[in-house]
Design a protein around this ligand. Structure first.
Ligand code: ADP
Ligand code: ZN
Ligand code: ZN
Length: 799
């Protein structure tokens, strides 16, 4: 028997199946989807078996050395999906297979075989293997693999991959009270009257006797580390290095929820979905409904029907909104039938969740992008919430979009796909308008709650009238008013594409990375300048390197800066700041939100991560500090993204009985994406934006593909990109436009110059082959000269 094996060498020449002989002893074990070790030149490498043949056109075939799995890690559907991915994204087959598997299966691991049932379930000749231990090492089972494989199929034994975590357990400095509460109170009385900071710290520990990470403490109380140090010296506080805990969901009991009685609108929206489910058909729905219109309840009840039919469900949510609140809604309804896959889990934990899916212990998976590859075999429904989110597109090879994969899988399983959004992507909405997708509408919020009123503030006007603060007068008014009424406020800072850079006010010098053409980002915590592309670090300049002026300081507003300013104008306000710094610790995200929900703060200040999913009754004011920071990025989707984000943030206010108000501060109030977000008028925005897309030949009217070439030698990059552009032009019809060669918007990263060629097209049957030819043609130069060519069909990042 001859096995076809895709080997783990991601290169053009090896991007095909190689033939290997299957040793007789392994004939029962080697199946499609099983990984094997094979000889490859002088090396032994991994590969995936994709099929068999009787004969080979090659002679002198080598034998498979050993299997790596007892049961296939990729089933037939996923093997086919791998082929499709390869074709769609122009990636290597091996990369397509690997992206579908949890990282643990790629990492270094120790392989073991574990007995899952009682010993007498095993055939007698195998029992001795497990006599001493119910878990044995893989190589102890040599000679018995074929038999064990049969047992694995029955479920008597299973293979375990014990990941050797390379990440060391993190230890961080924690502070706790060393003496009793009473003692703290006594000591506080004895402090000098002006020792305010020390008093604040003692107050904190009088209320919270538990230990807290020092970094978090400093940011909550806004005191310097020296304050803590002196209290430690006095023997009042204890400083120790503690391990950061691992699993935020561990031992959590989720309160069981019951299906709600659907409203008439919900009934109308869900019935075509249920019908499709029952008819076993593939169909894509756009569930178009404002935030709070009851979409999630529709997801839950559709999934429930799928489960009742003995089927499974995949729910994708953007990583950023994969919050404990979100998880709670699914676990609350389906309990232990839910697996959760998100990036906060270690690779070992992710693998555990994946195994639950593979072993059919769960019926539902809720996860970010890669959960679309969950190895379910009887999928009944796929749901993509916030379908417009760009994080559904993977930016490394294979550059797939989860939406496309979902539709492909639904095709295989003949099941419905629900794309949910209040602000669908233009591509999706256009398809719904044309009837390619079926559109379902939920036009109203639950309880007919009115959408919040939105006011747009022109910050240029504020400046002209002498207000140089980052808060407009209207916003300050609003803040004061809510503090008085004991209502809550969300302040949103749009950080995407907007960093704190250092600039000289006299000569305009900007502190740039020496390797990449991009400004360095100021990091207050470490007092450093960092490049977000290459990792270059340097000190913060105190004088301008160009003109020696001392008026060099950082611009751009970070959340920390806003927090400081708030402290100055509204010292009485209690602020919770949520950004990458305060939420990097596991569970921190949830804790901060819980604190806010419990009313421990008046203002929640944050970035993108607070734009979604929050549903607290006491929020009545949402302030957007700078609406337009994203509008000026070199990206044809920047208006769309701005509109989506503003709409979403606005949706945080007034979701319950109390009416909501939104204040949007901007320097470009006349821009239609700001204006229309204020009225939450998606349909109008869609019309405007579609006109622009048509005029400039962008999606959804045209498809685009982006070729980016990079190398250290700029002339070489330019001439190569020129040749590629000409070649593409010669192969495509006149209907396509091929733009380039031009320097990429970020023209240098890590000292490599970058050029691009952008292709806009409607129908080009030749395109795929043309792009493949380019990769093949330059393969040699990519290896020998370090040339890089990346091709992104349907790119989301054009920089
Ligand atoms: P979306 O997902 O569109 O933002 P949700 O499903 O979260 O909307 O619904 C908003 C709120 O309304 C939630 O608190 C939810 O529990 C509640 N809700 C949804 N459907 C119903 C219903 N049929 N009856 C009562 N309350 C509902
Ligand atoms: Zn200067
Ligand atoms: Zn750099």
């Amino acid at each position: 028997m001859i096995a076809k094996v895709i080997v783990d060498v991601p290169a053009k020449q090896t991007d095909r199946a190689f033939d290997y002989l299957v040793p007789e002893s392994l004939e029962d074990v080697i199946k499609p989807g099983v990984r094997v070790i094979v000889p490859f030149g002088p090396r032994k490498i991994q590969g995936f078996v994709i099929g068999f043949s009787e004969r080979s056109e090659f002679t002198g075939l080598k034998e498979i050395i050993e299997p790596m799995d007892l049961t296939p890690v990729l089933n037939e559907e996923l093997l086919g999906l791998g082929d499709w991915l390869t074709e769609q994204t122009l990636s290597y087959k091996i990369s397509a297979f690997q992206v579908m598997l949890p990282a643990a299966l790629k990492a270094k691991y120790e392989k073991k075989i574990k007995l899952r049932q009682s010993m007498d379930q095993l055939p007698e000749q195998l029992q001795f293997l497990f006599e001493k231990n119910d878990t044995i090492l893989w190589n102890e089972a040599e000679g018995y693999l074929a038999q064990l494989q049969k047992e694995a199929t029955k479920g008597t034994v299973e293979v375990l991959y014990e990941v050797k975590e390379r990440v060391k357990k993190k230890k961080l400095k924690h502070i706790s009270a060393k003496v009793s509460k009473e003692e703290l109170m006594t000591q506080k009385e004895q402090l000098a009257a002006n020792a305010e900071k020390q008093k604040a710290v003692l107050d904190f520990f009088i209320e919270n006797p538990k230990s807290i990470e020092q970094r978090e403490l400093l940011s909550i109380l806004d005191v310097p580390a020296t304050t803590i140090k002196s209290l430690v010296k006095k023997g009042l506080l204890l400083e120790e290095d503690l391990e950061v805990y691992r699993d935020p969901y561990e031992d959590r009991v989720f309160e069981k929820t019951k299906p709600l009685t659907l409203t008439a609108e919900q009934e109308q929206a869900i019935s075509p979905i249920l019908a499709t489910l029952e008819e076993n058909k593939q169909k894509v729905f756009l569930l178009y409904g404002v935030t709070g219109s009851g979409k999630t309840e529709i997801y839950l009840q559709s999934i429930q029907r799928a489960i009742e039919m003995g089927k499974e469900a995949i729910v994708l949510v953007p990583e950023i909104s994969l919050t404990p609140q979100m998880v709670k809604r699914f676990k609350g309804r389906f309990g232990n039938e839910v697996a959760v896959l998100h990036s906060g889990l270690s690779s070992g934990e992710k693998y555990d969740e994946w195994r639950k899916i593979e072993r059919k212990e769960v019926k539902v998976v809720v996860g970010a992008r890669s959960a679309i590859f969950a190895p379910f075999e009887n999928l009944g429904i796929i749901i993509i919430d916030e379908e417009h989110e760009t994080s559904y597109k993977q930016e490394d090879n294979p550059r797939y979009h989860a939406r496309d994969v979902a539709i492909q899988r639904a095709n295989f399983h003949q099941c419905p796909v629900i794309l949910g959004s209040a602000t669908p992507s233009l591509e999706t909405f256009a398809r719904a308008q044309k009837g390619v997708y079926e559109q379902l509408n939920l036009p109203k919020r639950m309880n007919n709650q009115a959408l919040p009123s939105v006011e747009i503030i022109d910050m240029r006007e504020e400046l002209r009238e002498g207000n140089r603060s980052m808060f407009s007068r209207a916003l300050i008014e609003g803040l004061k008013d809510r503090l008085e009424k004991k209502q809550q406020i969300v302040l949103f800072l749009n950080k995407r594409g907007h960093s704190s850079f250092v600039m000289c006010r006299d000569c305009g010098y900007v502190d740039n990375c020496p390797n990449c053409d991009i400004s360095l980002t100021y990091h207050r915590f470490s007092q450093q300048m960092k490049c977000h592309y290459c990792g270059y670090e340097s000190y913060v300049p105190s004088t301008c390197p160009e003109c020696n002026s001392e008026h060099i300081r950082y611009f751009g507003t970070g959340t920390q800066k806003v927090e400081e300013e708030l402290g100055k104008v509204l010292p009485e306000a209690r602020v919770i700041r949520m950004d990458v710094d305060t939420t990097s610790r596991k569970g921190a995200h949830e804790k901060l939100l819980n604190d806010f929900q419990d009313g421990k703060a008046d203002i929640l200040l944050g970035t993108q991560m607070i734009a979604k999913g929050l549903d607290f009754p006491n929020i009545t004011l949402v302030g957007v500090l700078s609406a337009d920071t994203m509008l000026h990025l070199p990206d044809f989707r920047s208006s769309e993204k701005t509109f989506q984000l503003l709409t979403q943030v606005s949706g945080r206010a007034g979701r319950h009985e109390l009416p909501g108000e939104v204040i949007i501060q901007t320097y470009t109030p006349e821009h239609y994406s700001v204006e229309l977000a204020a009225t939450q008028n998606f349909d109008h925005f869609f019309e405007r934006e579609m006109m622009i897309r048509r005029a400039h030949q962008y999606p959804p009217y045209y498809y685009i593909a982006l070729i980016t070439v990079s190398h250290e030698n700029v002339a070489y990059v330019a001439s190569t990109t020129d040749k590629i552009t000409k070649f593409v032009q010669s192969k495509l019809s006149r209907e396509a436009s091929v733009l380039g060669p031009v320097a990429s918007p970020i023209s240098r990263i890590k000292n490599r110059y970058r050029y691009q060629c952008l292709i806009k097209y409607k129908r080009e049957p030749n395109l795929n082959q043309t792009l493949k030819t380019i990769l093949e043609h330059y393969q040699q130069e990519m290896v020998s000269k370090g040339l890089q060519i990346s091709i992104d069909v349907n790119p989301y990042i054009l920089m």
